[in-house]
Design a protein around this ligand. Sequence first.
Ligand code: TRP
Length: 381
Amino acid sequence: MQKKAEAKQSAIVTPWEVKGNVDYNKVIKEFGTQPIDEKLLARIQKHTKKLHPFLRRQIFFCHRDMDRILDAYEKGEKFYLYTGRAPSGPVHLGHVVPWIFTKWLQDNFNAILLFQLPDEEKFLFKENLTLEESRKWAHENILDIIALGFDPKKTKIFLDTEYAGTMYKHACRVGKKITFSTAKAVFGFSNNTNIGQIFYTAMQSVPAFLPSIYEGKPTLCLIPYAIDQDPHFRITRDIAEALDYPKPASIQCRFLPGLHGLESHGKMSSSEESGAIYTTDNPEQVKKKVMKYAFSGGQATIEEHRKLGGNPYIDVSYQWLTFFEENDKKLENIYKEYKSGKLLTGELKTILINKLNQFLTEHQKKRELAKKHVEKFMMRD
Ligand code: TRP
């Protein structure tokens, strides 16, 4: 017990680092977001007929101003979606979670999506990444984004270095409203921080205002993101009104845990390769990684497992199925059978492997096809 409490205390959630077993209720309190309650879910469902499993399962678990988005939508006003990805390596399954949900929002609310690839971000924040490498990853990552099925007529993807002509003057307006002491308090910067990092948050704010800029009138923007991005958008909301823009609304998701488990790492991390499954992994690699690394909530021996059952809460394979098995009935059965000891760890892993490979085989096909369609999505100066 003591150990658990400590692990919770030391959880870290920042845009640069997520560590420990994150207590999401605590995050809601600390970050000042609103939990997604039954009332809000019912209101969303009025427009979408079905609720996305990520909503039903609290994978998207909190928000700011979703009610305002729905008010506007119900009055026939349009809103934009905005999300992003800092290109620095291959896309793994944790990355696609918010994007899958963003596509669902686009389909259900017929919304235009702005997809930012800040190809300067990781260059500024990491030791060993050149701008050229980041741009190369941007082009790889774009294939994954397109493969998820976004509508080319309603989706604009842009690299900061290619859209800076449009963005820079707005970033200056944003930058002028943010003091160094605010940036320090929010991001923990120090005197050794390079000044590119300090300015960067202005570039991540700008797309939240582009809808109003494009439309020439206040236009709402909804930003789906994993909760570690929240510090940026707290700043964005704080300065919005001073620039005569509406505060962007947002909806936040949990992290897909790394294969090694909830306690070792709060989210799947690219810097630890064995803990992540990439969208380009082949069926053999997926099988190997899950079999070898997926943290198990099962018992030490089959006899004990049959007697005591597994613990789905700490079992990464089960936790991953809550993200990727859409069928509630199937998931519930797996839960029951694992908990009762009827389903063994190896069998549970096999269910997950098949599920992931089914998704990845499809994704990889669409990723190939995406190569021909990139230009339909790109926005440049
Ligand atoms: N900073 C994000 C990352 O590290 C990238 C990003 C830019 C983003 N704009 C965003 C993420 C909007 C979510 C929403 O990947």
